[in-house]
Design a protein around this ligand. Structure first.
Ligand SMILES: *[C@@H]1O[C@H](CO)[C@@H](O)[C@H](O)[C@H]1NC(C)=O
Ligand SMILES: *[C@@H]1O[C@H](CO)[C@@H](O)[C@H](O)[C@H]1NC(C)=O
Ligand SMILES: *[C@@H]1O[C@H](CO)[C@@H](O)[C@H](O)[C@H]1NC(C)=O
Ligand SMILES: *[C@@H]1O[C@H](CO)[C@@H](O)[C@H](O)[C@H]1NC(C)=O
Ligand SMILES: *[C@@H]1O[C@H](CO)[C@@H](O)[C@H](O)[C@H]1NC(C)=O
Length: 396
């Protein structure tokens, strides 16, 4: 009996230890090993005591994180002195304007760097040779910057050294400008950057309404997730059939008022054979009309998984409704043509009456001559009958 209790106690202890090592981010004792002050000093003098360098929780497990959030840097000079152990670099909320050549120095000394987050830095220009020694980086985040669309300042080979990149985050990353310029900039980047491993691409909030080249994404052969939410797309103007792995297409809050039959076929083709595709159209300004029916019918039978289907709404004037098929679309078409015929008939008959009147007016003298004898004879006959009638009356 004692041994059983002992054994179960041991088992309990060992499982709790195992739990801790698997999910070490929940370990309450971990942070006490390092003070905030020591993590500042750890970064080295180049970081001017503004950043924190420590093993800390990122993405669910402990990693060596260099964190320079809102630290008021105006250039990237500290980054040439990153600790060799760095796995995650967070350099956000600074004012950089431009990334020069060799941001991470000229030595190939960052073998563990996997994540670079340089969002919200007011970056306008990234020099073609800015990112070197990034061959192991898997996630690059450049959200909320002001990347220039000016061909003289955009460098198509900017991501060319990220040969292991799996995720590229470019949410609201570009300066506001004509959508066509963004499209061509993006295309040049993808064609020239060899992002052959990329599986996730975020392009939300970039005012994209179309792409100059329909094959803009065709140089990303492994792409799984394409995030295009909060843009201005109204149809699938870009080639999806070249994305043989695509599994998720985010089109939330764009400008779709309906979905063209052509686009429905495109999506069906992507979900053929053993492939699965999820799309999300939530928050689009769909119009409740007969034109929406093919989309509603399609959703009922397609193999494509339409996420947030129950939340889809359409507008009638400015009133929102739940999705519904508009009834009697064939009758409505007929009714509208019948109304058209009635209007046409009215117009024609008025024209006819007008013509007859004109004719009568023009021929009035001739007509008068022809009609006068007839009238005369009629009035004579009337007179005779009234005389005859008068005789009869006198008899009464
Ligand atoms: C980085 O630092 C900022 C501000 O000091 C903090 O809010 C954020 O949680 C830190 N991030 C990580 C992953 O430690
Ligand atoms: C970092 O790596 C570089 C190149 O491998 C080496 O010269 C340097 O001494 C290393 N620094 C530290 C602190 O280990
Ligand atoms: C692209 O990267 C692959 C390795 O991922 C390499 O073999 C190929 O030469 C590169 N192509 C260009 C144009 O850089
Ligand atoms: C789309 O890509 C496929 C595969 O690369 C290609 O066969 C097709 O011609 C492209 N369509 C258009 C409209 O460019
Ligand atoms: C709909 O829009 C019209 C003008 O476009 C406005 O007068 C009316 O109040 C709006 N109705 C609702 C319910 O918002």
């Amino acid at each position: 009996m004692k041994t059983v209790v002992l054994c179960s106690a041991l088992l309990l202890i060992s499982t709790s230890i195992a739990d801790r090592s698997i999910n070490d981010c929940n370990d309450p004792n971990f942070h006490s090993l390092e003070t905030s002050e020591s993590s500042r000093i750890e970064c080295g003098p180049a970081f001017k005591n503004r950043c924190h360098c420590s093993r800390t929780c990122y993405d669910g497990h402990h990693q060596y994180v260099v964190n320079c959030t809102n630290t008021g840097f105006h250039d990237t000079s500290p980054l040439a002195h990153l600790p060799n152990d760095t796995q995650v670099l967070i350099f956000t909320g600074n004012e950089l304007q431009e990334l020069p050549w060799n941001v991470f120095g000229t030595l190939d000394s960052l073998p563990y760097l996997k994540v670079i987050d340089m969002s919200n830095n007011k970056i306008r220009e990234i020099r073609g040779k800015a990112y070197h020694h990034v061959q192991h980086v898997e996630r690059l985040i450049l959200d909320f910057n002001e990347l220039s669309l000016d061909p003289a300042r955009s460098h198509p080979r900017v991501f060319s050294n990220f040969v292991s990149l799996l995720e590229l985050h470019l949410t609201d990353a570009f300066e506001d400008g004509p959508p066509r310029n963004l499209a061509s900039t993006l295309h040049d980047i993808f064609v020239n950057s060899n992002l052959t491993q990329l599986i996730k691409l975020h392009l939300e909030q970039n005012e994209i309404s179309e792409f100059r080249d329909a094959n803009v994404f065709c140089d990303l052969p492994k792409l799984l997730d394409l995030h295009l939410g909060d843009n201005a797309l109204s149809a699938l103007h870009f080639n999806l059939s070249c994305l043989h792995k695509l599994r998720f297409l985010d089109l939330r809050r764009n400008k779709f008022t309906r979905v063209l039959e052509r686009d429905l076929h495109i999506m069906d083709n992507l979900a053929k054979h053993d492939r699965s595709l999820t799309v999300d159209f939530a928050g689009n300004p769909f119009e409740c009309s007969c034109k929406l029916n093919p989309f509603i019918k399609w959703m009922k039978k397609t193999r494509v998984f339409v996420r947030n289907q129950a939340s889809l709404q359409c507008y009638e004037g400015n009133v929102t409704h739940d999705f519904h098929e508009t009834k009697n679309c064939a009758l409505k078409l007929l009714a509208s043509t019948r109304r058209g015929t009635t209007v046409m008939l009215c117009f024609l008959s008025m024209l006819l009456i007008a013509l007859v009147c004109t004719l009568v007016y023009l021929q009035r003298t001739k007509l008068q001559k022809k009609i006068e004898p007839v009238l005369d004879s009629v009035s004579k006959r009337v007179r005779y009958t009234s005389i005859a009638n008068g005789d009869v009356r006198e008899d009464v």
